[in-house]
Design a protein. Structure first.
Length: 87
């Protein structure tokens, strides 16, 4: 019984460490990304638009208020890409 408690404790410690590592990596990644408007394909947007409330809800290609996340600096390299919504 004592061995099971040690195993459970060790498992929980590893799970906690992995959770911290993943959340830290996600924070760093989010800070290095930017929203790029006006270039998405139908139903391929990353998040809500002015008229829809969830990802994958863009109703047409290049919808001006739909965006995808890209690494900072990449949106300016794409024809039609904008850092601001074209509501």
């Amino acid at each position: 019984m004592r061995e099971n408690k040690k195993l459970v404790g060790a498992t929980l410690a590893v799970a906690a460490a992995l959770t911290f590592t993943v959340s830290t990596a996600n924070s760093a990644t989010t800070e290095q990304m930017e929203k790029c408007y006006g270039i998405v394909k139908t139903a391929k947007n990353d998040c809500q638009t002015a008229t829809q409330s969830c990802a994958g809800s863009a109703t047409k290609d290049k919808q001006p208020d739909a965006f995808i996340f890209l690494p900072k600096g990449d949106c300016d390299k794409i024809a039609g890409g904008s850092l601001t919504s074209g509501k």
